[in-house]
Design a protein around this ligand. Sequence first.
Ligand SMILES: NC(=O)c1ccc[n+]([C@@H]2O[C@H](COP(=O)([O-])OP(=O)(O)OC[C@H]3O[C@@H](n4cnc5c(N)ncnc54)[C@H](O)[C@@H]3O)[C@@H](O)[C@H]2O)c1
Length: 477
Amino acid sequence: MEILEDEIVKRQIEDVFSKQRVQALKMRSSKPSQRIEMLKKMLDWIQIHQEDIRKAVHADFKKPYPEIDISEIFVVTAEINHAIKNLEAWMKPKKVSTPKTLLGTKSHIQYEPKGTCLIIAPWNYPFNLAIAPLVSALAAGCTAIIKPSEMTPHTSALIRRLVEEVFDQHNVAVFEGEIPVSQMLLAKPFDHIFFTGSPAVGKMIMKAAAEHLTSLTLELGGKSPAIIDRQADLQDAAAKIIWGKFVNCGQTCIAPDYILVDELVKEDFLTELKIQLLKMYDADAKGIDKSKDYARIVSQKHLQRLKRMLSDANLKGAKTIFGGGISETDNYFEPTLLTEVTDEMDVMQEEIFGPILPVLSYTDLTVAIDYINKRPKPLALYAFSKDKFTTDQILQQTSSGGAVINDCVLHFLQNELPFGGVNNSGMGKAHGHHGFLAFTNEKAVLNQRIGLTTSKPLYPPYGITGKKIIQALIKWF
Ligand SMILES: NC(=O)c1ccc[n+]([C@@H]2O[C@H](COP(=O)([O-])OP(=O)(O)OC[C@H]3O[C@@H](n4cnc5c(N)ncnc54)[C@H](O)[C@@H]3O)[C@@H](O)[C@H]2O)c1
């Protein structure tokens, strides 16, 4: 039975893929207006169906409505509006200057759609991370197949509905399902794959893409540190860290994964963290589990993973200074602060991706910088200090996909910035113009004037004139 179902899905994929291939050729000559029309149709659908989006995401992991509004709906509508506003300029061929050695020619970059693309999405921002890359793909003139996460079935079904109501299958299609569906899709020779997920799965995607030498954007995760310098505004930093860490119940790729705080201000900062936690999630002292503003862990599997991580830390000597409460019945995991953390603990070995925040301290900033540099390059890095010399030092001496000074997570909302990782945290960039470029082949076009062949002496049979020209080129250009 299962084999038969797999065969049916495989055939459907083949059918949609070949239709999209044909359409992708037509889209090569699509005008900005045609692409904008598709984006506007999608924008209208999202505006009208906001409540459906809220209900779907909430049904998946009780994400609070205001968080859905900002991180799932607004982020996507902003991405669409930004693309609509700028698309004509992005698509315009870009003239480049001509070196003296190529006098008589002229050159430009032509922004050609890559073609038929695959978007594989994770569960943690299930609507945003499937639809925002689609915005870039459509802006670039590509066709796309989306594989949403199987962990958020309500949102995946809604994404399918959106796509079926707004697009023809030959432009955009959705295939829901688990890993086998992903693998069937990955077997096709796509022109670009945009994957958002874990580094471990990212490696598998890269192997599959290598089979067809398909280009890739890998939006991965990792352990993003936050440095709290002795000159930071501790209250301000604590509030921002608590929001950035515990929004979406810690299930955010760019959440501060762990803190490095100057020993001198550690105790004061820990006090501020606790104050801010209670202020945001337990203002009426009824317990954080009663807060309607705190989401849940997406699945039992992830709840058990986090539970194991916490016991491992406690067993190895970590101190839980706040939280630690778990309710298995509704996937509740209390915001948890840990101190006395060491490198041997799982919390410092793996991306936490949940509401556990280890706080480590340092006595010298260079030690904190070395600590970060000894680990895989993170997706984001946050530095809190009023001293510009300190924040400059951190920026210059560490490598990360993105960085924010005196705040966290906000760079995700800045469409003019390239969003993405570096090495273990990803490759390629998303958002705005950078997202458009991810789905675009920047075709190099050189125009030679007919009859003008400055290079004739350089053609065989090679003679003395050619040799002299080459020597002159080496010497002067
Ligand atoms: N950089 C970013 O923008 C960003 C954003 C969100 C999440 N993330 C990262 O994503 C991870 C959490 O999301 P997740 O648990 O959904 O990630 P995941 O890697 O487990 O899954 C992502 C997608 O890949 C598919 N998949 C899983 N295993 C596969 C396999 N073997 N072959 C083919 N496809 C497979 C899943 O069905 C899902 O659609 C975290 O590491 C997080 O940091 C990164």
